[in-house]
Write a protein that binds this ligand. Structure first.
Ligand code: C2O
Ligand code: CU
Length: 487
C-alpha cells in the first residue's frame, strides 16, 4: 500500500499527482480502538477549572516498521478529550513545546474573540497561552485544533487535534448512552498517507488544490481499529478530523442508525438513516443498536455527488473505518428518547443584515484572507442571515467562529434533518445556496476578529477565509492590533 492520492485543479481539469489506488482501505481490523484519555483539571481561582495542554513533537507507532514523526497534545498524537460543563468557568494553560508558532482554537465554542485561539492568538515556541471563559452553550461535541494562518493544515495533519465536549443538565437527564469509552465513544476520523518509511506524506500540489488525501484511515490515531461492544446501544461521537476528505458514513450491512446531535448539540428528535455525510470539521452523534455476537463495520460509502465530488478519486471509493465486535451478551440500560432537544427557531426573527458569501478559487467574494483586514462588523444581539454558495467544482464547506447557526433553507427548501439542528460548519454542494441564520450575543470587541472560512485546510491556508468583529450598538469596526503576518 502506498502513495498519497494528491488531487488538484490545474485550471480546468483534475489531475492525480500520483497513481490512483485500485483498492482504497481494505483493512484488517486487528488493533483495539484507542480512546483518548479525558483531560484532568486543577482548581483555579474563583472556582474555575484549569486544563494544562502541552503541545509537543514525538513519535507514534501506527503500524509495523519505523515509528512516525508526529505532533500531539499531552502525548505524541492527538490530544486528550476535554470535558466542560455549561455555566462553569474554564481556563487553559496551553504550552507550545514545538520549535515554531502554533495555536489552539476551540472549534464551535461561543467565547470572546481574544480567547478563540485563531490566527491572532499564536503561541510562540516555549510560550504559554492562558485563555479563560465561561461556558455558555448547550451540550455538544466540539473540538480543538491549531489555527495559525498558512500552517493550519500541516499542524493538524501532524496530529494536533482533540475533542472538547460540553455537558449540561438537560442532556444528562436523557438517559442516552453516556459512559465514556464504553457506550459513548469518541471517533476522530482522519485519512493519512504514509511514505515507504512510515512517515506522513505532506506533499501538496501548487495551485487551487484540495491538499493531501490519504489512503489509510486512522480513528483516534488507530489504524485498522476494532471496538468491543458491551451494550445494546452505543453512541458514537464522530468528528471528521481530516484536512480535506469527505466521509459518507454508513455500516457494512446498511443498518439504520439514529442521528441524535450535530455540531452544536442535540436535534429536536432522533433521525433514522443509513447514511450520513460529514465534511471536514463537522461532527455528529449517532446511536447504533447491536445484536449479541455480531460483527459489523463502519464505512465511508461512495458519494452521491458523482460529477461534482464523486469524480475525484479517493472520495468515491469505499473505505472501511472501524469494526464493531459485539459481546455474546449485551447490557441494556439506556434508551433512545423520542424527544431530545429544542430545534433552532431563528426563522421568525427580525433580520438585521443579510450578507452573501461566494466561495471559489481560494477566495471568498473574490478576496483572499488578509490578517490586517476586518471584512465587516456585526452587532451584538442581532440576527443576521448569510447566504453561502460554492461557485466551483471542488468540495468546500463553510465554518463560522463564535456562533452556532441554523440552516434556514438549501436552494429555497427546508433542509434535510441532518441540517435542522445547530451547526457551525456546513458542507457546500456546488451550485446550491445555503441560507444560514445566526444570532450574535455578547463578547463585543471592535479590534479582535473571529474567522469564517472553508474548513478544507488547504483552502483555508491558501486564503479562503475572512474576518468579522462583534460590535456594541453604535460602535465601529476597529483595527487589528499588531497584526501578525504569515505567508
Ligand atoms: Cu475548525 Cu476556524 O476552525
Ligand atoms: Cu474549500
Amino acid at each position: 500500500v502506498g502513495g498519497a492520492v494528491v488531487l488538484g485543479s490545474g485550471g480546468f481539469g483534475v489531475y492525480y499527482a500520483t497513481a490512483k489506488q485500485d483498492t482504497v482501505g481494505d483493512v484488517s481490523f486487528d488493533t483495539p480502538l484507542s480512546i483518548p484519555p479525558t483531560a484532568a483539571a486543577e482548581r483555579g481561582g474563583s472556582g474555575s477549572r484549569v486544563f494544562r495542554l502541552g503541545i509537543q513533537s514525538g513519535e507514534t507507532r501506527f503500524k509495523d516498521g519505523p515509528a512516525t514523526r508526529t505532533w500531539g497534545v499531552n502525548g505524541t498524537y492527538l490530544g486528550p478529550t476535554v470535558r466542560v460543563r455549561r455555566g462553569e468557568q474554564v481556563a487553559f494553560a496551553v504550552h507550545n513545546g514545538l520549535s515554531e508558532e502554533t495555536s489552539l482554537h476551540w472549534h464551535g465554542m461561543h467565547l470572546p474573540a481574544a480567547m478563540d485561539g485563531g490566527p491572532h492568538q499564536p503561541v510562540a515556541p516555549n510560550g504559554t497561552w492562558a485563555p479563560r471563559w465561561t461556558v455558555d452553550q448547550p451540550a455538544a461535541t466540539l473540538w480543538y485544533h491549531p489555527h495559525v494562518h498558512g500552517s493550519t493544515g500541516t499542524h493538524m495533519y501532524r496530529g494536533l487535534a482533540g475533542l472538547l465536549i460540553v455537558d449540561d443538565e438537560e442532556t444528562d437527564a436523557l438517559n442516552l448512552p453516556s459512559e465514556y469509552g464504553v457506550d459513548d465513544v469518541p471517533m476522530i476520523v482522519q485519512d493519512r498517507a504514509f511514505d515507504g518509511d512510515n512517515q506522513f506524506e505532506e506533499r501538496v500540489p501548487l495551485g487551487g488544490s484540495l491538499g493531501v488525501i490519504g489512503d489509510e484511515i486512522l480513528v483516534n490515531g488507530t489504524l485498522g481499529p476494532y471496538f468491543d461492544v458491551t451494550t445494546r446501544l452505543v453512541r458514537l461521537r464522530l468528528l471528521n478530523g481530516s484536512n480535506a476528505r469527505l466521509y459518507h458514513f454508513g455500516f457494512s450491512d446498511d443498518r439504520k442508525f439514529s442521528l441524535v446531535a450535530t455540531d452544536g448539540g442535540l436535534l429536536a428528535e432522533p433521525w433514522q438513516t443509513e447514511r450520513l455525510y460529514l465534511s471536514p470539521g463537522e461532527r455528529a452523534e449517532i446511536v447504533v443498536a447491536f445484536e449479541p455476537g455480531e460483527r459489523v463495520e463502519l464505512r465511508s460509502h461512495p458519494s452521491e455527488y458523482g460529477g461534482t465530488l464523486g469524480r475525484l478519486d479517493g472520495f468515491d471509493d469505499r473505505l472501511d473505518i472501524c469494526q464493531f465486535r459485539a459481546a455474546a451478551t449485551l447490557s441494556d440500560d439506556t434508551e433512545l428518547p423520542a424527544v431530545l432537544g429544542t430545534a433552532p427557531a431563528l426563522q421568525g426573527e427580525t433580520v438585521a443584515e443579510e450578507r452573501s458569501f461566494v466561495l471559489a478559487s481560494d477566495q471568498i467574494n473574490g478576496k483572499s484572507m488578509a490578517m490586517d483586514r476586518i471584512d465587516f462588523g456585526v452587532h451584538e444581539g442581532t440576527v443576521e442571515v448569510w447566504e453561502v454558495s460554492n461557485d466551483n467544482g471542488f468540495l468546500h464547506n463553510f465554518h463560522v467562529h463564535d456562533v452556532q447557526f441554523q440552516v434556514l433553507t438549501v436552494d429555497g427548501e427546508r433542509p434535510q434533518p441532518p441540517l435542522r439542528g445547530w451547526k457551525d460548519t456546513v458542507m457546500l454542494v456546488q451550485g446550491k445556496r445555503y441560507r444560514l441564520a445566526m444570532r450574535f450575543r455578547d463578547h463585543t470587541d471592535p479590534n479582535v476578529p473571529y474567522m469564517y472560512h472553508c474548513h478544507l485546510l488547504q483552502h483555508e491556508d491558501d486564503g479562503m477565509m475572512g474576518q468579522f468583529v462583534v460590535l456594541d450598538k453604535g460602535e465601529r469596526v476597529g483595527a487589528v492590533p499588531h497584526a501578525h503576518h504569515h505567508t
